[in-house]
Ligand binder design. Structure first.
Ligand SMILES: Nc1ncnc2c1ncn2[C@@H]1O[C@H](COP(=O)(O)OP(=O)(O)OP(=O)(O)O)[C@@H](O)[C@H]1O
Ligand SMILES: [Mg+2]
Length: 265
């Protein structure tokens, strides 16, 4: 059984004023195995965030089903941890306070949650900053804190929507390596949304490429790169370029289709 199973998912938004309908997600099916890292790529507006929000329980699908650990998703829950692009940290809480927040809610005793919180701060390289506040951290450090906060809750499923999009290229590469090291150590199940093909190839076990709106799965690309991965050792491998080229081809094929539709209208 997959940790996450998305079957024939569709989502049509209806504008509450005009009544106008937009079908973002047409017919999307794929699964994510336990401990697997799956990225979703596709043209802007094809419904990647919508799919992630449906899995998180923030939005309801129009058709199809989403099952996490054998249970249909009906609402948000602690079994699914979301790392948002804008960090969504509590500015009034310390770094440690942010990491242990979920544990506190779940009633984990103070000594235990402090120990666990420090362990996860160590994992993301933020040990020593536990007494600081989010505004005292760099953007990259805030992003790592966001990852630590979700990991500390040990969710069955980590949902990440372009978590590194607003971070400079150099820091982003470092964070991708950090995340890979964490993934290789902790084996969380991850559903990762990105626009960055190289990032998807570097991080993932498989890449789901979606078509434009209303989206369908164009192809699921296996990433046959060895782990542990670092940028230095991975980019030079012929499989890295070959996989990235395949994903780019699939995405470009979609543009051609879009142009063809434009030209005919
Ligand atoms: N709450 C909403 N109400 C109405 N329409 C929405 C809503 N959220 C998203 N949409 C529409 O659904 C489509 C898909 O949006 P979504 O944010 O899921 O795309 P995306 O693939 O994540 O795009 P991007 O790559 O730009 O982040 C878009 O046309 C968008 O305008
Ligand atoms: Mg999006």
């Amino acid at each position: 059984m997959n940790a996450l199973e998305i079957s024939q998912l569709s989502k049509t938004y209806v504008d509450s004023y005009s009544g106008e309908e937009v079908t973002a997600v047409g017919d999307v099916s794929f699964g994510v195995a336990e401990g697997e890292f799956v990225s979703v790529l596709g043209p802007s507006g094809c419904g990647k965030t919508t799919v992630l929000n449906i899995v998180a329980g923030f939005v309801r699908g129009t058709g199809g089903s989403v099952v996490v650990d054998g249970k249909p998703v009906e609402r948000p829950g602690p079994d699914r941890g979301v790392v948002f692009q804008g960090h969504a940290l509590f500015p009034w809480k310390t770094v440690l306070g942010n990491v242990v927040f979920g544990l506190r809610i779940r009633g984990v005793p103070r000594a235990e949650r402090t120990a666990r919180g420090l362990e996860f701060l160590d994992l993301v390289g933020l040990r020593g900053f536990e007494g600081k506040y989010p505004h005292e951290l760099s953007g990259g450090m805030q992003q790592r804190l966001g990852v630590a906060r979700v990991l500390a809750n040990e969710p069955a499923l980590m949902l990440m929507d372009e978590p590194f999009a607003s971070i400079d290229a150099q820091t982003r590469r470092k964070l991708q390596e950090d995340l890979t090291a964490i993934v290789e150590q902790q084996h969380p199940t991850v559903f990762f949304v990105t626009h960055d093909v190289d990032e998807a190839v570097f991080l993932s076990d498989r890449i789901v490429v979606l078509s434009g709106r209303p989206s369908r799965v164009r192809e699921i690309v296996e990433v046959a790169l060895p782990r542990p991965r670092t940028w230095r050792t991975t980019v030079e491998l012929p499989e890295f370029r070959a996989t990235a080229n395949r994903v780019n081809e699939l995405l470009a094929g979609d543009e051609d289709h879009a142009h063809a539709v434009d030209a005919s209208s």
